[in-house]
Design a protein around this ligand. Structure first.
Ligand code: EPU
Length: 422
């Protein structure tokens, strides 16, 4: 297996292009199942999670061209879809596989999707997805670890989510798009990826209003059409490079971003003392002088994203004074803490809150993380640590960051991917 080896101490400089958003691409690719015919998606990021979604869809009988996993433009033809299964082997590697549930029940009247089970960052149930589908008339059973959903034709329903859930809102929007009548989803997730899916569904001929707000209304239609669509940029990849620039006292233009998606992240970077300036084509981040401590509570959008929590913890280790980070979305998203501590960080965790005292002199070490964003934080730590850091289990990184080592090298970082040493 590969690992990433970083020698810290370089100031990052230059420009980096942000890839298509993982968490927008996954529901959008799943939405192709709602229509017959061939949809074309551009700016698809080259990620393992996207590849998992591709395998899921192909497993159902769709064809995807080119077959090559290195293609950013995918043509998905769903005419041959005749199998409605999302098998355990794929779902266990990617929870977002559950996004095929809504489209399959809505268009084909049945789906059999493995229950995702727990994951490294918490229990993450899908009860809200199921409750909403049941309200639309789906009969749901749990059989041998699988959710089996059946429906003649879904009907519109008034759904109030107990908590805002991103993939839950997306699943219900896709299901409602083909349901008979009007659905409302209250307490919906407001993330930009949900808004983007609303745009995609409307392009397909759906009648979705309010996607990106807490009340989404969907007037169901009989049929949807295939479309062509380019995936929007990844705000979390962008945020990760912005932190990299700030902590290395660099000067980086992060290109191909949607600045409004990054307001909470930019505000915290500025609080910490980094300079963030909008420029033609992107956001420039300069790290100057000493960083100030930060106080962060993760929240659903437009609050501070849980997907940036681990990266900001590394920033907090560089700041003079005491920073406080509270994780409210997932109950177990501090797996990076132990590894950062091994590199010399001073972090105390009490329940959902962590207190970070800085600045700490980080020293390179062999580290390993069990989730995507935790792995990204270890790469960031490696960029500012003294000596060599070896980040193991890079398959977590490859799920959500496209060629991160190449992009960092383009900014002057000393980083390479090598075969894991024994
Ligand atoms: N939850 C429930 N019941 C449900 C659904 C969610 O209790 O039916 C809980 C979860 O356990 C969690 C909270 O609600 O405590 C919010 O979870 P949400 O459903 O919003 O998360 P998700 O849809 O599974 C997406 C992203 C995650 C991101 C979260 C939060 C995708 C494919 N994944 O997950 O991305 O952290 O929203 O913003 O969109 C990542 O990219 O690294 C990542 C984990």
């Amino acid at each position: 297996m590969d690992c990433i080896v970083i020698r810290g101490g370089r100031h990052l400089k230059g420009e980096v292009r942000i890839s298509g958003a993982k968490n927008a691409a996954l529901p959008i690719l799943a939405s192709s199942l709602l229509a017959r015919g061939t949809s074309t998606f551009k700016n698809v990021p080259l990620l393992n999670d996207v590849d998992t979604m591709r395998r899921l869809i192909v497993g159902m009988g769709a064809t995807i061209e080119p077959a090559d996993a290195a293609a950013r433009t995918l043509r998905i033809c769903t005419d041959g879809v005749s199998d409605f299964d999302a098998p355990y082997e794929l779902v266990k590697t990617m929870r977002a596989s559950v996004l095929v549930l809504g489209p399959l029940v809505a268009r084909h009247g049945r789906a059999r999707v493995s229950l995702p089970g727990g994951c490294a960052i918490g229990a993450r149930p899908i009860d809200q997805h199921l409750k909403g589908l049941e309200a639309m008339g789906a009969k749901i059973a749990l059989e041998h670890g699988y959710v089996v959903a059946k429906a003649r034709r879904l009907h519109g329903a008034a759904i109030v989510c107990d908590i805002p859930t991103v993939t839950g809102t997306e699943n219900l929007m896709m299901a409602a798009a083909l349901a008979k009548g009007r659905s409302t989803i209250e307490n919906a997730a407001r993330e930009p990826e949900v808004e983007e899916l609303g745009r995609v569904l409307n392009k397909m001929g759906a009648h979705v209003e309010g996607a990106g707000t807490s009340v989404v209304t969907v007037e169901g239609v009989e049929e949807l059409q295939p479309i062509e669509h380019a995936i929007m940029p990844d705000r979390i990849e962008a945020g990760t490079f912005m932190v990299a620039a700030a902590i290395t006292r660099g000067d980086v233009l992060v290109r191909d971003v949607v600045p409004e998606h990054l307001d909470a992240v930019v505000a915290k970077l500025r609080n910490a003392g980094a300079e963030v300036t909008p420029e033609e084509g992107g956001l420039r981040v300069r790290g100057r002088g000493e960083l100030s401590p930060i106080d962060i509570t993760t929240q659903p959008f437009p609050g501070f994203p849980t997907d940036m929590q681990a990266q900001f913890m590394v920033l907090a280790t560089r700041a003079r004074g005491q920073s406080v980070i509270t994780e409210t979305i997932f109950e177990n998203r501090y797996m990076h803490v132990q590894e950062l501590a091994r590199m010399g960080a001073d972090i105390v965790v009490d329940g959902r809150t962590s207190v970070i005292r800085g600045p700490s002199k980080l020293s390179g070490a062999k580290v390993m993380a069990t989730d995507l964003r935790a792995s990204a934080s270890l790469i960031l730590a490696g960029l500012v640590a003294e000596g060599e850091t070896e980040v193991l289990r890079v398959y977590h990184l490859d799920r959500g960051y496209e060629k991160i080592e190449r992009k960092l090298r383009g900014l002057g970082a000393d980083v390479k991917r090598v075969r894991e040493r024994g």
